[in-house]
Design a protein around this ligand. Structure first.
Ligand code: FMN
Length: 313
């Protein structure tokens, strides 16, 4: 299946595994790349040495293109950029800050630059400044989110930019990929679907929590203070939202959430940790190998696009 994205990244299928802090490491990224998509190593919260180790490990697991995500609020972001430039990964996704100052250096090393953006204004800005592609991430997504849904972003961003657009947030199957392609996107980025994969090294309890959850099970914490995070409702999120309603101060709320994006996937603390996940949970019914996930998505997308031909009659 060829699109502007598959040509840009030299991959077989237009599916990116979105970076997931404390979840997507070399093993997951390599498995998705081996399956024909593009896997992304998440660096948020990680030591620079871990990032270097994981990039080198991924290279031993696949000779296919894979990427690295940089959280631009990370203190060690410049060290991570140095490592990425030395290791020359295929692409970089960047979010949570201004990615433009990093474009020239990454481009000089032959690395494709793919910012993650939540609205039309930022999409146009990074496209004007030379981004190779963009991820538009809707509010259905797991993790840190903006306020606009994936459909509204696809409707409004795609006609405004000339670079490949990758839609993210709430995509978990082949019909979603088909819909995004019909909207004019060049591919999709999925996070939660790959969290519940066999190769994902996150704690099994967190993966099972995703499989057992349904469409209405996510909540958003942090919205009042401008750092909205979507995850599966549990004891921690109930307490957080109760405290927020009661007018708790920002630092009290922060105390409750600090470290929780790590403790759920790394320690299996699914009640007091945060199992970040997107809204399309009913569609995720099992923990499968990445190759099966990707193959099923492509088969279903082809079928959906074929079936849609009836509307041309
Ligand atoms: C557990 C988790 C952690 C995430 N961490 C990051 C991150 O570190 N950097 C980033 O750019 N996006 C992050 N995201 C967003 C994903 O890359 C992706 O855009 C999102 O999961 C897409 O929505 P979906 O979960 O509905 O598929 C995270 C998402 C999840 C579920």
């Amino acid at each position: 299946m060829e699109t502007k994205l598959t040509r840009l990244l030299n991959i077989k299928y237009p599916i990116i595994q979105g970076a997931m802090a404390w979840v997507s490491d070399a093993k997951l990224a390599a498995a998705v790349s081996e399956a024909g998509g593009a896997g992304t190593i998440a660096t948020g919260g990680r030591e620079s040495s871990w990032v270097e180790e994981q990039i080198r490990l991924a290279k031993t697991l696949t000779d296919k293109p894979f990427g690295v995500n940089i959280m631009l609020m990370a203190e060690n972001k410049d060290e991570i950029v140095d490592i990425i430039c030395n290791e020359k990964v295929s692409y970089v996704t960047l979010g949570a800050g201004n990615p433009v100052p990093y474009f020239e250096r990454l481009h000089n090393e032959g690395i494709k630059v793919v910012p993650v953006v939540p609205n039309v204004k930022l999409a146009k800005r990074v496209a004007d400044k030379g981004a190779d592609a963009i991820v538009i991430e809707g509010s259905e997504a797991g993790g840190h989110i903006g306020s606009i849904s994936s459909l509204s972003l696809m409707t409004q961003v795609i006609p405004e930019v000339d670079i490949p657009v990758i839609a993210a947030g709430g995509f978990a199957d082949g019909r979603g990929l088909a819909a995004a392609l019909v909207m004019g996107a060049s591919g999709v980025q999925m996070g939660t679907r790959f969290y519940a994969s066999q190769e994902c090294t996150a704690h099994l309890d967190a993966k099972v929590k995703i499989v057992n959850a349904k469409d209405t099970d996510t909540v958003v914490t942090g919205a009042l203070h401008g750092h909205s995070v979507r995850g599966i409702r549990n004891a921690m999120t109930d307490k957080y939202l109760d405290m927020e309603k009661a007018g708790a101060k920002e630092d009290e709320l922060l105390k409750l959430v600090v470290g929780t994006s790590r403790t759920a996937p790394q320690e299996g603390d699914i009640e007091w940790g945060m199992v970040q996940a997107g809204q399309s949970l009913t569609a995720i019914k099992n923990i499968k190998p990445c190759s099966e996930i990707v193959d099923d998505i492509i088969t279903e997308a082809r079928k959906a696009i074929t079936n849609a031909q009836i509307y041309l009659r």
